[in-house]
Design a protein. Sequence first.
Length: 604
Amino acid sequence: MLVSRARKLTDRVIRAALEPRDRIVGNGRRELLDQLASGRTVLSFDTEGWTPQARAQTAGEFHQAGAFHLWDCGSRIVYVVHPTLAAALAGATSDPVPGEMWRRARHADPLVVLAVPPEVRTPSGERGRLLAFLAHGRHGAALCSTDSTARDGLGMVFLTEIVEHDTQPVGTGPIDVVRTWIPTHEDMTVGDMVNQAQARFETSSGPRPGDDRWTTYLTTMVSTAVATLLYACADDADIAVLPGAPGRRPSHKPKRGQVFGLGWNTDPGDAIDAAVPRPGHLHTYWPHGLHAPARLTFHAQADVESKLAALTEQFRSARAELHARHLQVESLHAEAVRAQQTLRRLQADNKAAHASRRRLVHAVLRYRGEAAETGSVSQLAALRRQLSHRDEDLRVAHETIAALSDELDVARDALTRRSHTAWERADGDDKPKATRARPDEHVRFSSWDAVLDAARQDLRLLWFAPDLLDDARQLPARRDWLSTTWNTLCALSDYAHAKITASTATDRTAVRNLRAYLDAVDVDGRRISSAQLVPAESRSVLNNPSLRRHRERPAPPSFGGTALYTAHVRIGQSAPHPRLYFVELGGEVCIGYLGPHLPNRLTT
């Protein structure tokens, strides 16, 4: 609806603007307009007997007609300004704008139409509507195009409609014309340009002396015009072709210039506040140094300093937090280095114990050989005593190796926990996740059958899938994997027990899920590192029917016999990367899978 009204208003403005030109052409004086459009300032026709006022009025009409004749014979570009943008440009301020900025205009000699003309009060006290204004170049006192290299000024012709009654349609009343110009070779703000235009204005009946009414009238028109024209030169200006074109006149050539919209595509929430329009600001800056070309941008007036201060404070806070995180990471790295050193020392001790064991075995074998070659009973008895002593030494060595192996496992677990804690701290936690000692770490298993038999016998709060052992047997019976699986099952059993026995809201909150239970410090029970827990599968896995089918595992008959298992625990980090999948159904923890890593989008 607004676009349609703007097109109709544009047609009316063009007809009204070209009417004096058409009247002069109809009187056979086109050559005079051609003289003005070509840059001549003196008109050759007889004015003998004319009054000074008649001469001034005729000269004014010829200059007005010459400016629109220049536009009609040239680009015929029309800018239609959106009312929201017009409200933001009215009274806009600016930094000093370099004169070179006027050469950034995308189109020459535009006729600018205001889609919703703002009301003004003429110096005579009449109501008026500022319909449009034409921008053209000036070279001295002569007319030229705005893209002319000889241009040293910018001329503006304002068309104001006089409102004779409230029901008068826009664009149908008498037109008041005001002309003025500003120099373009100086660096000036919008306010400076308004002051320059105040001293150079003329009306349709010739020059008039300035007073307060004319000052207010001109300030409204000129500030709107120069802000709009500067906006059209800005790098971020919203300029796009407006649907439709000005109406055709039969006497004119069929090809017409385009009609462009200013501010019709900008989201009001980005640069212009559509609900409460406020004056904007035209900002000049030099992104590549003062000797490089300047750039111009427009933004709605806002408390930029407060926003900048808030952003600066946020940046300072983020830097402080980043520094604190960096210190935490360095501390954790130092702890990890110390743990690695301890691990290397224990590995060296273990290697030395193995070497001692080999030496003892060789000595025993040698003594046994000597005993076999000896025929004396007493010597044989002595050798048997020596062999007994060596066997005792060998037994002690085996016990030492077993103890060192246990220390080595504990050191490896500690290093793993520190690594997980370091990642958790680096992710944003101020404190490491607390884990408790596992009472069943001393339990040793030699096979997956033994682990699951013990679990079914001792962990009665867990439900185990019937085919769980078939998948587990695909895994190597590594002692650390067996121990980790047993500790995980114990932690799940104690978690299920804690959910059953939770009596207060605080307790129920602490055991609302497995991760909360693992991180809780006030709930008793065995635990594993929360870094081993993966609460759910990724969306790419769940949305893939083939990958999802691998995670649909047996469940208790009371829950349909099948369930989707997404939560799982990492049992090992090396191939085949064993995983234990579980699900909570009606308060019961069900173990549905224990075996190699299930397929995902990276392995299929």
